[in-house]
Ligand binder design. Sequence first.
Ligand SMILES: Cc1cc2nc3c(=O)[nH]c(=O)nc-3n(C[C@H](O)[C@H](O)[C@H](O)COP(=O)(O)OP(=O)(O)OC[C@H]3O[C@@H](n4cnc5c(N)ncnc54)[C@H](O)[C@@H]3O)c2cc1C
Length: 448
Amino acid sequence: MGLVPPIYDVVVVGGGITGAGVARDCAMRGLSTLLLERGAPGMATTASSTHLIHGGLRYLLYDRPTTAATCLDSGLILRIASTLLRRLPILWPVYRGQAHGIEAVETLLEAYDPLSEQKGGKRHLRLDAEQTLRLLPGLSRQGLLGCVSFDEWWVDPVALVKANLDSARRHGAEILVGAAVTGMLRGPAGVEGVAAPGFEARAAVTVNAAGPWIDQVGRLAQARVPLRLRKGTHLRYEAKLAPFGLLLEAADRRYVFVIPSPQGTLVGPTDLPAANPDSAATQPEEVAYLLRTVRRYFPSFPERFDATTVGSRPILSQAGGAALLSRDFAVFDHQTRDGIGGLVTIGGGKMSDFRAMAEAATDLVCAKLGRSLPCTTSCETLDGRALERPPENPRAACREDPSRRHPRLRQAQALGRLAIGFSRHLARRALLGRPTATAEDFRDYYAG
Ligand SMILES: Cc1cc2nc3c(=O)[nH]c(=O)nc-3n(C[C@H](O)[C@H](O)[C@H](O)COP(=O)(O)OP(=O)(O)OC[C@H]3O[C@@H](n4cnc5c(N)ncnc54)[C@H](O)[C@@H]3O)c2cc1C
């Protein structure tokens, strides 16, 4: 009698941060889990990110609920991955004539402070031009008004994926690398697993977690998942070229990061429409744009870089202009959406809320399996140390806010809140003057 191949509860397609998080969550809930990755884990979009577990400061201008929800999940990621995360202070220099004046920038940071605290962030500091130049002597002086600081968490994204996969394995998941899913097994119930060259894997539920390839993988089962991919390039330098992170306004009023780390320095990203994640490539204009931006602020910043990275943001299809695109995620049950049983897709989102994405996807998997199994991914570190269950956070309900679905309403609400904050900020300035920090204050503040 031949061996009967196992039937898994779940097979996960894609071993980027999303799939790795889903495999860990499924395995921790006791589901028999198999993950298939066609390349090397984490080496696709996840590796080409800006390497930040961030709260989404920029989304405060048009999508506050996403910033609030991302800060919450970043806080939980910090709990479980604290040994992999490093606090990165970031300076945002402001010049006369820029899109956001220094009072507007500080108002944005005042709005961000309480949300950022959810992820262990420190409240912002403001420095005048002289103190800014003491921290950044190579910074262009002309028109400089000062700077404002905030902080995010730097991470090696590939190490974060690996730590999730190691944890998933310890909880019983099987991980197959170099296994490209080329077909879906179909049966009366719908999708009953996947096919890859040389083998098949049967499963009660298949989770499509293929990042910018979710539409391609969905098509294997005739399930479309339209995306609005946005390509992003970074310049990579092997040397550490800045003492802190930097956020720089470009000529087109977008922002470019300079991210120093133990791995060198990243400058980027760009943000351009992309049609196909397989053909995303860095264009010479992107290189010129990034160099022009950074050298406008630091005229002696080296023109010679060591490499470029490029990836496609897996943004879900939505109405509205490119500048208002929500970075929120969604989980699709293809049974209710398309009449295809056994298939779930998790799309959108960011590395900074991968744990919440995995929880939402695994909740749906459990519902489809008819099993009530609570999520425990924030109760154990990635390296296996038990943690107390974090207290329920009432802010978690912000994901349910119905206004999030309408881009203009979302933006109007966000700007309304910032306008109130701006009036308060100006009133406080008038009453109390303008307290600013020195370069020493800044160093002491971020030293601990
Ligand atoms: C330029 C840029 C900067 C960014 N910066 C940040 C940041 O600083 N912080 C942040 O939080 N987010 C950032 N993001 C977003 C973040 O990187 C992504 O949301 C996240 O990495 C997506 O992870 P993923 O696992 O869904 O996709 P991926 O990392 O692309 O993983 C999908 C995997 O699926 C595999 N796959 C595809 N098809 C198949 C198949 N048929 N069979 C088997 N495997 C398959 C691929 O090989 C790939 O490994 C950035 C994105 C970009 C593009």
